[in-house]
Structures are given as C-alpha cells and as structure tokens.
Ligand binder design. Structure first.
Ligand code: PPS
Length: 288
C-alpha cells in the first residue's frame, strides 16, 4: 500500500486511515464532553494503553470488571477514532477517553466543560524506538526501512499525529489551570503506586493503600502482557503482527540506548534542543 493510501491529512497532520476517517473526525469535533469526563492526552507510544488500564480502575475504586471484560479500545476509546461513535452510548460515567490530538485540535465542548485531562509524556528517544517497532508490526502503517530513515520522518513530523515537540509544547502551555495534570511515563515506570496516588488525588478519588497496590499489580507490564483485553491479541495478525514485535514490547525507560548510534544521538538531540529553544517549559530528561 502506498503512503497516500495509508494516511489522510487532518489540519496538516497525518492520521492512519485504518482507524480514522472524515466522519470520525467530525464526530470528535462535535463530541459533547461532560463535566465528569476524564481525558488522557498522549503522543503515540507514550503510555496510552497503560492509561486505558489505569483510568477505569482508579475511577471505579479498583473494580477489575472493565479491564477483564472490555477491550481497551472500547473501554477507554480514542476521541478521534472510528470506534467512538459505535461505543459512546455504552460508556458509563465517569467516562474515560484517550486522545492523541494536539491541544489546539481539542473540540469546543472540551474547553467549555470542566472535564479533567491527564497529559502523559515520554522521553522522545524511547517514543521513537517504540514507534519504530510498532511501525514494523502494524500493517496499516508505513514500514520503516531503517532507524535512520524513520528518525528523519519523526523529527520532521512526517509520522502520525505530527511532530512530538509540537504536541508537547501545546499540551504544556494550556490555559486549563487545575483541570490538567502532567505525568511522565518514566515516573510511572519508576514508582507506579506513587504515580497512581497522584492520579487518584487529581481525580478526587480517595483510594486506600490496599486499592492502590491492587491497581499497581494489575497495571504492571507483566500482568498487562497477559491480559487479552489489553495486549491486542484479539486483533488479527493481518493488522498487527505480534511475530514482528509484540505491542507490549519492553515497557522500560532507556531502551533508546540499545538502538541509537552516537551519530543518531547527536542528530536527535540537536534537533529536539533547537525545537525547544525559547520554551519556558524544560524537558524532564537529559537529552544527552
Ligand atoms: S499507542 O499505539 O500510541 O497506543 O501506544 P502506547 O500505548 O501509547 O505506547 C506503547 C508503549 O507503552 C508500553 N506500555 C507499558 N510500559 C510499562 N508498563 C506498562 N504496564 C505498559 N503498558 C504499555 C508499551 O510496552 C510500549 O512501549 P515499548 O517501549 O514499545 O515497550
């Protein structure tokens, strides 16, 4: 399949046609957010599926039913994807939604509502590596020839949802005040119970330590890898070929060190640094 056949352009960003179309984007634009909705905004490969596991558990006091009976894409659907229109009426409040949209594409009703949003950010070097492997296994995305070639596309924003730096800049300079919480993938890897306590406090849930520990256990990489409702094993191999690379691949921070050459590191770092020049917000990772 050619690139034109695989992707559509929406406000200048590339979206895979497999999961997005004009109707799904119109549905997102006209979507009515409720005040008690919780959105998770996240650049692809930064912790989306992880939050689709965490959010229902935190919102429902640790009840495992949703994560054991509903596939992640219907449990906490993507705002912009085709599935939302099919499942929206089945979602129970408080509803959880995920989105890869940059901030400026969030629909008017999101701004008019009091819905909260959690922005998850991951070291872009690991985002790149995770995305590179994902592009090899996802048959609906362009297969990268080499890491070098994919890195150039990533840095230019010629990948789904555009430039990583634009996404981060938009979501770290919002006017949402206390409606937004920022968290990093690395923070979650380092101490998941502590991250869950922060999320629970932000959402006004008063979870006991026993519930926090229970959620942490069910949202560990190891447990999620065996959860057929979350590990994409329900998706036919012609769409996602886990023989090439499993969706839940490594789940660690710093895998870029196993992939980047010194030249690639220098190139990546200099572009990201330049893009972030003049930003008040500074990245929480060393770029070296
Ligand atoms: S997507 O396609 O945008 O929805 O992908 P996304 O879910 O955002 O990112 C996939 C990466 O998140 C890792 N992941 C986890 N890491 C640690 N612990 C848990 N529980 C977990 N769940 C998902 C997943 O393994 C992908 O990262 P890599 O580095 O490829 O392993």
């Amino acid at each position: 399949m050619s690139c034109e056949e695989m992707y559509m352009l929406y406000h200048g960003i590339m979206l895979p046609k497999e999961s997005h179309c004009g109707e799904s984007l119109k549905f997102a634009e006209e979507f009515t957010f409720k005040d008690d909705d919780v959105a998770v905004a996240v650049y692809p490969k930064s912790g989306t599926i992880w939050m689709q596991e965490i959010l229902p558990l935190v919102l429902n006091g640790g009840d495992l039913t949703p994560i054991q009976t509903i596939p992640n894409w219907d449990r906490v659907p993507w705002l912009e994807e085709k599935r939302l229109a099919l499942v929206v009426d089945k979602l129970k409040s408080p509803r959880g939604l995920v989105t890869h949209f940059p901030y400026h594409l969030m629909p008017p009703s999101f701004h008019a509502s009091k819905a909260k949003v959690i922005y998850v950010m991951r070291n872009p070097k690991d985002v790149l590596v995770s995305s590179y492997h994902f592009h090899k296994m996802a048959e609906f995305l362009e297969t990268p020839a080499t890491l070098d070639e994919f890195m150039e596309k990533f840095l230019e924003g010629k990948v789904m949802f555009g430039k990583w730096t634009d996404h981060v800049k938009g979501w770290t300079s919002t006017d949402l005040g206390d409606r937004i919480m920022h968290i990093t993938y690395e923070e979650m890897v380092q101490d998941l119970p502590a991250a869950l306590r922060r999320i629970s406090d932000f959402l006004g849930r008063n979870l006991s330590e026993a519930t926090i520990q229970k959620i942490a256990e069910h949202c560990s990489f190891k447990t999620m890898k065996t959860n057929n409702m979350s590990n994409f094993s329900l998706v036919p191999k012609m769409y996602m070929n886990s023989d090439m690379s499993p969706f839940l691949r490594k789940g660690i921070a710093g895998d870029w060190k196993n992939h980047f050459s010194p030249e690639q590191l220098a190139r990546f770092t200099s572009v990201i640094r330049k893009e972030m020049e003049g930003e008040i917000f500074s990245l929480p990772w060393s770029m070296d």
